[in-house]
Design a protein around this ligand. Sequence first.
Ligand SMILES: Nc1ncnc2c1ncn2[C@@H]1O[C@H](COP(=O)(O)OP(=O)(O)OP(=O)(O)O)[C@@H](O)[C@H]1O
Length: 385
Amino acid sequence: MTRAETRIKEVVTFFENKDTFLGYRKLMDCAIDTQNLDIYNEVIALTDWKEKFPDREDELIKRSLQILDKISKIPIEDYHTKSPVISGSNIIKSYGTNRFRLGPISVNIHKGDVYGLVGENGNGKTTLLRILAKELKYNEGSLEFNFDKDFKSDYDLRSNLVYIPQRTKKWYGSLKDNLKFVLSNYGISPEENETRVLMMIARFGLWNYKHLKWNELSSGYKMRFELARTLLRQPELLLLDEPLANLDVLAQQVILEDLKSICNSINNPIALILSSQQLYEVEKVSDKVIYLKDGIYKEQEDENTVANTKNYLIVEIDCNCDRDKLKQIFTDLSLKKLVFNGGIFIAYFPIDIAFPLVLKTLGKHKIDVIYTRNITKSTRRFFVS
Ligand SMILES: Nc1ncnc2c1ncn2[C@@H]1O[C@H](COP(=O)(O)OP(=O)(O)OP(=O)(O)O)[C@@H](O)[C@H]1O
């Protein structure tokens, strides 16, 4: 089975399970992979219908499956990627003597992969993103870009590589007109421009917002607009600084899933690096997490510096229980350390203790657990004071 067939099959399963919200978004990704404007127009018409008749789920599923069937007949070539789209080697950036210093940092970023960039405030996330975006000069090291589309100048580079900062600029006119403006420089017909823009509007859930102006949109929708605007340019590398900052919890998950799916395109994959404070959400979609501490990429440090967290099963526990009680119930599990961090306990056990055993112990002693998670492999373990 080809990747395209697998993807379509997955979408059919979503619809079969009546997971229509997810299914429809994934259907749009399959449609975008075809780059076929007739398919785009069918999806656009269905989106318009869906918004008019939000309660007619069964019919929506039926019509979606019909489009999927058409999509399945369009051959889609796999993109084969081996070399990284960007390679940074021993990059160092210093803002001056005795001031913040980033690096040395070495990274290889591949198309189709999502990289989460995490770290406490002021640890160099924005600095690294701006260096990779060629917005900021570095002092030492090297940075190589290896795009499929040639670039002769930094101006050309801007269409291969897009950086969306934390605070985006105000724009004027309607959302749709602003998107159409992006494509007006690409020498395509007005009809194609309209179709591509409407497809992107549909993809980012902006259908009912397309005629609104900047000041009529919430921050979350402004971010969706920025993503739609960016993806119209079909970049190869996308750098997002805190894209989740203004989104509600559900919207954060939706946007992350969408970004992952879009970047994983079969024939047009994108390398994505996004910085965020939403650790778990980001870890869930990231192929790799880059954790910065005082400007250093933690994974690159030698083993000794991470040894203090390396040989433990580390468990985060939020419960209505005092420290002494927890210490007592975990005695049999050879509890090594119990830290109270931000209202939540972080318990360290020997690495050979299995997490289910911790759950069993909590259950056996009827501890009123609000939430628990094994963070042994999560970068969350570094965020303990
Ligand atoms: N132009 C500048 N001149 C001097 N110092 C700077 C400059 N820009 C950033 N810094 C310093 O560099 C350090 C890293 O900043 P950076 O914005 O990269 O961190 P960050 O991890 O993105 O932080 P946050 O999570 O708060 O956005 C900070 O100490 C900051 O004060």
